[in-house]
Structure formats: structure tokens, C-alpha cells
Design a binder for this molecule. Structure first.
Ligand code: PGA
Length: 258
């Protein structure tokens, strides 16, 4: 069974004071949730402030990144142990902004996925093609590579803790969301790749989210596609009303697949 999942990625925007306030507004707007799982991923420095706001409200806490080692001399880095101690359950790994601005390779992303799974976290592996890769006909090859290298050596037993986010780079923060049918096509490629890696039964539990300029206006079209198991939201998750419009925009009512 794949319950739809909506994740808000706040990126490097909020102070811990602003994050707490935004989390409170979101909790109030969302009320009680049915048939949809919601996770907020504030910056590291906001996790401790947001955790008590979400506690007992049915909304999960996620981090935006994790280091690949459990502990050690890695100045400035954050380990999965630290995240677990702050009540984080999810962690984004390999977001295109990490790949682009911090030089993260598929190999490094894989080490981070391994670290998250070594701990008790649920990693969200982010994949997606650049505009020129799509126009050059490389969409399938790129996302297949990102999925298989990102999941190298991962035991099929871990599949139930895993989520994939398909985020075409050209759609992130641009207002140019992928069409639902294009998202569905890419999700299908990812699903087939997961079947090759984990086998048909285990791969069925993995949720595949779409991310890239998701709004309250385009969420219903995405929710209508059985291939799309939820959304990863950046900009629109920074406003309680817009985020609530996305959560309430078709995810709760659709039949659960799996
Ligand atoms: P966006 O960001 O919704 O602002 O396009 C999505 C993401 O980067 O996860």
C-alpha cells in the first residue's frame, strides 16, 4: 500500500524562529489528516524548534541532507544520529541543488542513502534530468543511472523505507512544472528500474514523488495520475495556505495504489 506523501522542503530560508511560526500555521491549516502523509523539512538549525510543534499532530519531520559517516572529524557536517535524536524520520538525499552547488556525485549520494538506512531514517532519493538532457533524448538513461547508482548495494529489505522524488531540474523553482503525463512517464521509468533492483514485490512499496513548481493549482492533475505517489514542494511550502491547498488538492481522496 502506498499512502500519498507530501513533503515541504524549506531549503535555506527560515531562521528557527520563523520556522516555528510557519510550522504552527501549517499545523493549524491542515487540521487532521486522512489518507495522506505530510512531512516538513526545515533547515538543520530549525529542526529542534519545529519538532515540538509537529509532535502528536500526525506531521513528520525531515532533514534536507545527511553526512555519509556516522560520526567523526567532519567539521560542519550533520550525521544521521543527530537527526534521529531530533525526531527526524525522513531525509532528502541527492537534491539537484546539492548535486549542482555542492558537487555531489551519484557515488556520494549512495553513501548518504546507506548512512540514512544504517540509522533509522527514511531516505528520499532525489533524481531528475537537466533541460538539455531531456531535449537530447537522455531522460531515461539519466534517471535510470541516478536510481541504480544511488541505490547501489542497498538490500531489497530496505525498500519499504525508501522514497524516490523525481524532480526535473528545469522545473525546480521556475514556475514551469512538468505536465502530469510527462511526470507519469518518468515515474514509470523509475518504477521499472526499481523492479530490476528490488524485484516486483519489494519495489511496489517504494513511493515515487514528483517535485518542481508544484502549486495548489497543478496538484490535482498530478494526484489524478496513479504513477505519482505524492509531491515534494519547495516554494509553495513556505506559505501555510498554499501548502494546505496542495495537501488538500486531491491526495486524500484518491484510491491508494500498491
Ligand atoms: P519548487 O522546489 O517547488 O520551488 O520548484 C521543489 C524542490 O526543489 O524540491
Amino acid at each position: 500500500m502506498r499512502v500519498p506523501l507530501v513533503i515541504g522542503n524549506w531549503k535555506m530560508t527560515t531562521t528557527h524562529v520563523e520556522a516555528k511560526d510557519l510550522a504552527q500555521q501549517i499545523v493549524e491549516r491542515l487540521g487532521s489528516l486522512h489518507g495522506v502523509e505530510v512531512v516538513l523539512a526545515p533547515p538543520f538549525t530549525s529542526l529542534a524548534a519545529v519538532a515540538p510543534v509537529l509532535r502528536g499532530r500526525g506531521i513528520g519531520l525531515g532533514a534536507q541532507d545527511v553526512h555519509w559517516e556516522d560520526r567523526g572529524a567532519f567539521t560542519g557536517a550533520i550525521s544521521h544520529r543527530m537527526l534521529e535524536a531530533l525526531e527526524c524520520t525522513y531525509v532528502l538525499v541527492g537534491h539537484s541543488e546539492r548535486r549542482k552547488h555542492f558537487g555531489e556525485s551519484d557515488h556520494l549520494v549512495n553513501r548518504k542513502i546507506q548512512a540514512a538506512l544504517r540509522g533509522g531514517l527514511k531516505p528520499v532519493l532525489c533524481v531528475g534530468e537537466e533541460e538539455q538532457e531531456r531535449s537530447g533524448g537522455q531522460l531515461r538513461a539519466v534517471i535510470r543511472r541516478q536510481v541504480s547508482q544511488g541505490l547501489e548495494g542497498i538490500d531489497s529489505g530496505a525498500a519499504e523505507r525508501l522514497t524516490i522524488a523525481y524532480e526535473p531540474v528545469w522545473a525546480i523553482g521556475t514556475g514551469k512544472s512538468a505536465k502530469p503525463e510527462d511526470a507519469a512517464e518518468a515515474h514509470d521509468v523509475i518504477r521499472r528500474q526499481l523492479e530490476r533492483i528490488f524485484g516486483p514485490d519489494r519495489s511496489r512499496t517504494v513511493r515515487i514523488l514528483y517535485g518542481g513548481s508544484v502549486t495548489g493549482e497543478n496538484t490535482a492533475g498530478l494526484a489524478a495520475r496513479a504513477e505519482v505517489d505524492g509531491v515534494l514542494v519547495g516554494g509553495a511550502s513556505l506559505d501555510a495556505q498554499s501548502f494546505a491547498a496542495i495537501v488538500h488538492g486531491g491526495w486524500e481522496t484518491r484510491p491508494i495504489t500498491g
